[in-house]
Design a binder for this molecule. Sequence first.
Ligand code: TRP
Length: 362
Amino acid sequence: MQKVLIDPWGSELVGDYQRIIDDFGLEVFDKSLFPQPNRLMRRGVVFAGRDLQRIASCIKEKKPFYVLTGIMPSGEKIHFGTKAVIEQVKYFQERGAKTFVLVADLEAAATRGISLQEARKRALEFYIPAYIALGLDAKKTIFYFQSENHLVTNLGFTFAKKITFNEFKAIYGEAEPGKIMSAVTQCGDILFPQLEKPMPGIIPTGSDQDPHVRLCRDLVNRFKELKFVQISSIYHKFTPSLDGGLKMSKSKPESNLDLPEDVESVKRKLRKALTGGRDTLEEQRRLGAVIEKDMVFEMLKQHFVEDDKELEKIFQEYKSGKMLSGEIKELACKKAEAFMNAFNKDFEKAKKAVSKVKFFKA
Ligand code: TRP
């Protein structure tokens, strides 16, 4: 059987989430573990993780734990997957997690050739304000740049001693120097909060980052003397491409929505999106829409409708043939417009607040 390799730097994607779960030995996400699950958890968009019970217990018993994620400052736009990550961070932050958000400037240099200066500029002018606009509480978050946190890079060097070239190739499928350096640095990121005091930590990311998490978990076992508590992770599904593909991608701009994006362009794309509507009006009324194929409903479900009852009503009307594809598209346009306008406003506010953010250095 061909083994699926998920490459955290590549764009080769695997369509079958069950296969990701099986091949990586992930835990299927169980929403009943967590109190007041958020929209992504409730609707199966969050689908897997590792060692989730450990974090659930911390929440339940009010024990200390942390949540950590990284920003790759590669462009001037973020995609909806990033929004999902921030929503996960926010969920754990609101439930008492000590929160870390790092700028992966070293990784951007080593894997994309972006200078440290440019990475800093993009982080300050765009990424951090965008994260705040999407709900991260900046006052309760510890931010840092990889290049300014020597605890992280020092850990990376320490870890390097106990990783072999073959092991690296087995996990990542290849082993370029820049990728090796980024991977050990990322393990440094994930574990450095425990240098002060060992405690559980959770890493919300796309499942493409799971190779790093696996390596990191192996390192926890290999460096027993450092007394790290094993780390947990939580993964969400991709936001699908509006043409029905697995994942939105910049290579298909007409099926890809960004943040921020001009409202008219968002609406134009939504109106062209693949729906599960039938060929004729008569059939649509009689048979209803094929919701599983409908990218507009998927966007409402994943991102634009917060209230479960409201979503259920849309589902019923669309499925029964009462609502037509053109109508659900107009509904999505309205929701998307409200969301984009609110984001733009919060983003402008956050840009002003960003000068007050202090960065951790060590
Ligand atoms: N590799 C991540 C990316 O490409 C960025 C990252 C660096 C990260 N360190 C991390 C993510 C630690 C989660 C945890 O986006």
